[in-house]
Design a protein around this ligand. Structure first.
Ligand code: XIL
Length: 358
């Protein structure tokens, strides 16, 4: 039997904005208070997860923390948070000579106030990268220097507050070799070494990850990631883990055996494996049949994580279907998370609660 616990909302963003940080830039407007029903009683997944030794995270839409219902659920249901957008290069380092710490600092305070771990996402990524990087950095040495100083400054600023960094994101190409980003074009794979070494130098206690998508199961893209990881480990580059994003499609779920074997080959290198951006989308209406199939898919993923060595962290890429990136990215597709648009638990929520509570 599951114990029903009252959700708590121990934190309020407006309060933090008043007492917390310096030099607040104009914060994005929160969504207006909605006349939605109160959330159904939930079970505090974080408590169930903790009993199983699992870190359960969620990607947070920064502006929504001003909404008490949203913030309360983030705090009561999850034991870790990731910034969905506000710690990406374009926000955190918008100009060559300026860092913008406000958003990340506010999230760090939120995590601290709610006894949550704080995942840093992400130091080096080709996407959401400000134009000044492409406009001003033209040589290998300048790019390595920038990657080094950028990574070190951020890891140093969040030292002791961010416990894991997605140091490099999406460096593997979908069809062959490495992604032809501005980083790769100028430096080959040396920017990867540089970012890990700089982050480790600045915060030797943070765990450092490489993160990517479509690498959850065995296959050519995951093989390329594996080769890179084996190489980094053999050269003693300070890497501690692999993040499998796991933006999954209900109609193209990876085989769970392949998912497990893939995790095992990375852990055999001595690396941790985290699921960093889990969502399971589907197209068409949310019929009872589709929701039940989605619940089973979530159950399967959590079962593999709970029964495989070296993997003990799952992050959902959003709190609820109303704050999910999927419909913006793929119109007509969505319903990918555990709570619906009114913050009500879906069958997938109860499936995760059930598997965690076993
Ligand atoms: C997405 C956010 O969810 C969106 O709001 C934003 O518009 C684009 O980025 N892989 C990642 C995440 O590593 O940072 C991406 O997040 C989703 C894919």
């Amino acid at each position: 039997m599951l114990t029903f616990l009252k959700t708590a909302a121990p934190f309020s963003l407006p309060l933090l904005l008043l007492v917390g940080c310096t030099s607040a830039p104009p914060a994005p407007e929160p969504e207006p208070a909605q006349a939605d029903p109160a959330p159904a009683p939930l079970v505090q997944l974080r408590t169930l997860a903790q009993k199983r030794g699992l870190e359960l995270g969620v990607a947070v839409d920064f502006k929504m923390l001003a909404n008490a219902k949203y913030a309360g659920l983030v705090a009561s249901e999850f034991s870790a948070i990731t910034a969905e957008n506000v710690m990406k290069w374009e926000t955190l380092h918008p100009q060559a000579d300026r860092f913008e710490w406000f958003f990340g600092d506010t999230l760090a305070d939120f995590a601290g106030a709610n006894q949550q771990k704080f995942r840093g996402h992400t130091l080096v990524w080709h996407s959401q990268l400000p134009q000044w990087v492409k406009d001003t950095v033209k040589t290998r040495d300048a790019m390595l220097d920038l990657v080094r100083t950028h990574s070190a400054a951020i890891a140093d600023h969040y030292k002791g507050r961010v416990h894991k960094w997605d140091v490099v994101n999406e460096v593997i190409d979908d069809t062959e070799g490495f992604r032809k980003s501005e980083f790769y074009t100028l430096t080959g794979t040396d920017f990867i070494d540089e970012a890990f070494r700089a982050a480790h130098g600045a915060d030797p206690d943070a765990l450092l990850y490489i993160n990517d998508y479509s690498v959850e199961h065995l296959g050519p893209k995951s093989d390329r990631l594996y080769q890179l990881c084996a190489d980094l480990v053999s050269r003693k580059v300070p890497i501690h883990g692999v993040g499998l994003q796991a933006h999954l499609d209900l109609d193209q779920m990876p085989g769970m055996d392949s998912f497990r074997k893939n995790i095992e080959r990375f852990t055999a290198l001595g690396l941790q494996v985290d699921i960093t951006e889990l969502d399971i989308r589907f197209s068409g209406p949310a019929t009872p049949e589709r929701l039940a199939a989605q619940a089973q898919a979530y159950r399967d993923v959590f079962e593999v994580i709970l029964t495989t060595e070296g993997t003990d962290s799952v992050t959902l890429w959003g709190l609820d279907d109303g704050h999910s990136w999927i419909p913006k990215w793929r119109p007509g597709v969505g319903n990918a998370l555990l709570l619906d648009r009114k913050y009500q638990p879906k069958p997938a929520y109860w499936a995760v609660a059930e598997v965690l509570g076993r």
